[in-house]
Design a binder for this molecule. Structure first.
Ligand code: NAP
Ligand code: MG
Length: 400
């Protein structure tokens, strides 16, 4: 059989622990037997990040900007315990955070729906994709504990000496205050990423804030989305037959719970944090979620939504067979290959990505599953297998 040829390489970012093992298995079992894989390899495993003073993460992100499509394995974000475990020179930053900041991107997450795993929200028939704004708000706050009677003020000082000042509260006794911010630039990038992605997946885009209460802060988000939509996307949306819909966050939540899905839901940072956990738990597990970072100028980085599955890795090191679910990582690969195929006009590669996803979904629907799905899925003949056998079952389907 002739393997499918690629023209432009993918940026391949390897990672850590169990997902690093699964990464190699996916390549060996379901990708390279069918595709003449072209990739530029960057080892983002913690050992190599430490050796390169994390330069490898920066190099990988820069190359992604040039080539346009990357696929990333889950990576360890170091904490105190990892410092000793890996004998680290420094507590390196989260690679996802570094890459997100460099690409100025937005993360889009959607569940992988299979028959037999019904969402707890029974009206959801199609996947809901959540786009979370990944900058600012409460995640970059400044807080003060007020420990007695005090006047709290908001002060903005401009370089020319101009000042803007407002009273937050006159405390009679102790309490707390918090200052948060966002920038027009970041909100604009977020808006463009969402509009582009909606066009990409041809789904309606919803956006919601609390602008009735937050008449300046949240209203700025609403205005920026509206201005960019009118100026740059309205015609494209009409041509694609999709709509942009703005509403209040509480109304959006109520509507989502009654919808049949198939919507791209843009969320402010905090809303996205909370709502993506709700979506993931309603639809099964993080191992059944796709995740892609999209920059406003159309650079794509596909990844899994879960971590490096440390507990399974320690079992693997002891020689025990593990049944880690490779679906999220496999969909990162299929997503990246499809996008590469679309950008380079290689229909065969796009078709391969579709077939790979279809074969993996069918494998699960026929009952061949990894351990995490055992109590989640309702199918007549459950056959719980290890990761390798699960991938081999998919490969057998693909070969047909
Ligand atoms: P995790 O790796 O997502 O795993 C948490 C638990 O969820 C696992 O122990 C396992 O449960 C289950 N699980 C997750 N993915 C699974 C899969 N594919 N198949 C089967 N079960 C799966 O989260 P964590 O243990 O909190 O974090 C481990 C490391 O990952 C940390 O060092 C963290 O920094 C890193 N991390 C990386 C990313 C990323 O790169 N995107 C994201 C999050 C965390 P059972 O043990 O019950 O089987
Ligand atoms: Mg969360």
């Amino acid at each position: 059989m002739d393997k499918i040829k690629m023209t432009t390489p993918l940026v391949e970012m390897d990672g850590d622990e169990m997902t690093r093992i699964v990464w190699q298995q996916i390549k060996d079992i379901v990708i390279t037997p069918f595709v003449d894989l072209k990739s530029e390899y960057y080892d983002l495993g913690l050992v190599h990040r430490n050796e390169t003073d994390d330069q490898v993460t920066i190099d990988a992100a820069n190359r992604t900007k040039e080539l346009g499509v990357a696929v990333k394995c889950a990576t360890i974000t170091p904490n105190a315990q990892r410092m000793t475990e890996y004998n680290l020179k420094e507590m390196w930053k989260s690679p996802n955070g570094t890459i997100r900041a460099m690409l100025d991107g937005t993360v889009f997450r959607a569940p992988i729906l299979v028959k037999g795993i019904t969402p707890f929200v029974s009206c959801w028939k199609k996947p809901i994709t959540i786009a979370r704004h990944a900058y600012g708000d409460v995640y970059k706050n400044s807080e003060i504990r007020v420990d007695g009677a005090a006047k709290a003020e908001l002060v903005v000082t401009y370089p020319d000496g101009r000042e803007d000042r407002k009273t937050i509260f006159e405390f009679a006794d102790s309490g707390v205050i918090q200052g948060i911010h966002n920038t027009d630039k970041s909100i604009e990038a977020f808006a463009r990423s969402c509009f582009n992605y909606a066009l990409d997946i041809k789904q309606d885009l919803w956006f919601a804030t609390k602008d009735t209460i937050s008449k300046t802060y949240d209203h700025r988000f609403k205005d920026i989305f509206a201005e960019i939509y009118e100026a740059e996307y309205k015609e494209k949306f009409e041509a694609a037959g999709i709509t942009y819909f703005y509403t209040l966050i509480d109304d959006a939540v109520a509507r989502i719970m009654r919808s049949e899905g198939g919507i791209l839901w843009a969320c402010k940072n905090y809303d996205g944090d909370v709502m993506s956990d709700m979506l993931a738990s309603s639809c099964g597990s993080l191992a059944m979620m796709t995740s892609v970072l999209v920059s406003p100028d159309g650079v794509y980085e596909y990844e899994a939504a879960h971590g490096t599955v440390t507990r399974h890795y320690y079992k693997y090191l002891k020689g025990e067979a593990t049944s880690t679910n490779p679906m999220a990582t496999l969909f990162a690969w299929s997503g990246a290959l499809r996008k590469r195929g679309q950008l380079d006009s290689i229909d065969e590669l796009v078709a391969f990505a579709d077939k790979l996803e279809k074969a993996s979904i069918e494998t699960i629907e026929e009952g061949t599953i990894t351990g995490d799905l055992k109590n989640l899925i309702k199918v007549p003949n459950k056959n719980v297998v290890n990761t390798e056998d699960f991938l081999k079952a998919i490969a057998a389907k693909l070969a047909q």
